[in-house]
Design a protein around this ligand. Sequence first.
Ligand code: COA
Length: 258
Amino acid sequence: MSYENILIEKENGIALVTINRPEKLNALNKSTIRELNAGFESLRNDDDVRVVILTGSGEKAFVAGADISEFASFSVEEGARLAAEGQELLFDFVENFPKPVIAAVNGFALGGGLELAMSCHFRVASENAKMGLPEVSLGVIPGYGGTQRLPMLVGKGKAMEMIMTAGMMTASEAKEYRLVNHVVAQPELIDFCKGIAEKIIKNSPSAIGAAIKAVNAGFARDGYKQEITSFGDCFGTADFREGTTAFLEKRKASFTGK
Ligand code: COA
């Protein structure tokens, strides 16, 4: 299959998947989500692939979020469907992928971008990376599992603060709060991840698949459904219209709470 928005390179048991829309800071539109689903599906069935590294194209961004231009005019139902489909096709799919998936966070990982990195089994960041969930600044909430996975990684209090302030963490703060395992200079990021992958490849693939299932089972939560409903509800508010319109018009939002 040929892809428009992603690149897949395979070498020595490692697949490097690159989200490739650098002019939009690799924002996740629907077709990129579908391509990632198809790409991961093909890697799952490829016996030559043992570990996947997921990164973003260019030096600026891993993924700057869901594509705001695509959902700014959505209704409540369309918003809820966007979250539900995205979770099923990509975020849950990656989290439950039977082979290790390492996020190589090479720049901004915001909104859906951080949610995607958090769906991966663990994360390595470059020194310039910045991470956050800015959704409430747009009048919406994280809808791709962020309200569930961020508290699991950084703890409830820090997650609440990050979500409420819509602020960004630097790479070193992200390491301090265990959001990422390692921070390395940007030019070394992919080789560093490949080094970890090489250690993983020496071990039993079936045992690793079983470990992924077991670890995930311990973190199973029922909050994802509530997130989808609450995410959809935001699409019926004046704040959501104002927040998304302000972003697209490149101005500051003025919220009324309606
Ligand atoms: N959705 C759609 N387009 C996006 C995007 C997103 N999430 N993030 C960035 N882009 C686009 C910009 O609109 C811009 O497109 P243009 O050149 O056609 O105008 C391009 O990517 C470059 O972004 P720009 O904002 O000009 O870069 P910057 O260096 O000034 O700022 C960010 C970088 C990441 C701080 C800023 O792009 C941003 O805040 N993005 C949105 C983050 C967000 O809220 N994500 C959560 C979405 S739910």
